[in-house]
Design a protein around this ligand. Structure first.
Ligand SMILES: [Zn+2]
Length: 399
């Protein structure tokens, strides 16, 4: 809302235009003055501290030393001063001490050399249109000599340069900490707690800008649930080792199967499976024929009452129906068998393409890992992708 609960200054009738050309409230070192065209004048009680801050800073004192000195000499902090002057304007809680942030905003504020940065009033369009003579200045235009300066331009510029250099030097010191933001965990949201099924969170420990330890821990830990599985942290390296073992084994397996299909042993397995199915079908057909013979015998058995005859033939007919369904089932199985051996298999394609010296990283794990379950006792279950495709093919090979 535009109506900020401000000061006595704000209770005076001001048009938004006036507000926009003048300071909405007086910055530290100034106070409200209705007589002044800028509505503010130098506040003798605090302007001396502004001068002190610039002088000390330019003499080479650190910001922290200046804040301590100001607090010790009883200089009211900017927030305190607002309160003393009866401003309702509060940003957060009122702090009675000086901080480096306070000094930073004072040293960089051009208000102290008499500049005012024009802000177009923030009002709805229809209200803006009603204001006559609203200057067509873009927000951010600097109005020089708007009010009396406290600090000379020369001092202000020197202090600004000094502060920038200090900040840069400080940031340069901190840089080593930021060297590893690109490190990404090797698993891509595929690690789960084997005990409770919650996703596991990735954790890292850093020392002197280097990641020293990474691991996974159960989501219940983040939610502070009192579960046993929330306690241990499982090292990433252990998970990766297990995953590599699993992938290697899967690769070997896939290669063996592919080899079997290519070297003609395929025919053996296929024939075997095919023969099993054909035998089964022949078996069922035999049973059907036997039942049909029984049915015929029933018809010629005159010792039975019509009711008994009905009953028994119904039961035999339903048996035949069941057996017919079994034949249909076997024929579907046969179609699946043909498909397994003739159409490309996802699982086979994926794991036979993996090179022997594969590197296990995040991208690789995305391609092959379906899910990793980690149990409290350290047991790790690695599930790989295309499990269904694998089973479809392997049922013909397992014997
Ligand atoms: Zn858990």
């Amino acid at each position: 809302m535009y109506e900020i609960k401000l000061t006595e200054q704000n209770t005076i009738e001001q048009t938004p235009l006036e507000k926009s050309l003048k300071h909405a409230y007086s910055p530290y070192g100034y106070c409200y003055d209705p007589q002044s065209p800028s509505l503010m004048r130098i506040d003798d009680d605090t302007a001396k501290y502004v001068v002190y801050i610039f002088q000390q800073f330019l003499s080479g004192y650190e910001l922290s030393a200046i804040t301590t000195a100001l607090t010790e000499m009883g200089a009211p902090s900017p927030n305190q001063r607002k309160e003393q002057l009866g401003y309702n304007f509060k940003k957060g809680h009122v702090t009675d001490y000086w901080s480096a942030g306070c000094l930073n905003s004072i040293i960089t504020n051009p208000v102290y050399i008499g500049d005012h940065i024009y802000r177009r009033p923030r009002l709805p369009k229809h209200l803006l249109e009603r204001i006559e003579d609203l200057p067509q200045l873009p927000s951010g235009t600097v109005l020089h000599d708007h009010h009396e300066a406290i600090i000379s331009k020369d001092e202000f510029e020197r202090a600004g340069i000094l502060l920038r250099c200090q900040t840069e030097a400080f940031n340069a010191k901190r840089k080593p900490r930021k060297q590893n933001p690109t490190y990404r965990p090797p698993f891509c949201n595929t690690v789960f707690c084997g005990e409770c099924g919650r996703p596991m969170y990735f954790k890292r420990t850093e020392h002197a800008g280097k990641i020293t330890k990474t691991g996974y821990s159960c989501g219940s830990k983040m939610k502070n649930l009192a579960l046993d599985c929330s306690k241990p942290i499982h090292l990433t390296s252990k998970l990766v080792d297990e995953a590599i073992i699993a992938v290697k084994a899967e690769r070997e397996h896939a290669l063996t199967v592919a080899n079997a299909i290519n070297s003609g042993v395929e025919n053996e397995c296929y024939k075997k499976a095919d023969e099993t199915i054909r035998k089964k079908i022949a078996d069922i057909l035999d049973q059907i024929i036997e039942i049909k013979i029984c049915l015929n015998n029933l018809q010629s058995n005159h010792a039975l009452t019509p009711a008994e005859l009905d009953n028994q033939s119904n039961s035999l007919n339903s048996k035949i129906d069941t057996l017919r369904q079994e034949v249909e089932q076997k024929q579907l199985e046969k179609a699946e068998l043909i498909a397994a051996f003739t159409s490309p298999n996802k699982w086979l394609a994926l794991f036979t393409e993996i090179p022997e010296d594969f590197v296990f990283d995040r991208n690789f794990s995305k391609k092959v890992i379906s899910r990793v379950d980690v149990f409290s006792d350290g047991k790790i279950e690695v599930h790989l992708l295309h499990e269904t495709a694998k089973q479809q093919l392997l049922r013909y090979f397992d014997e």
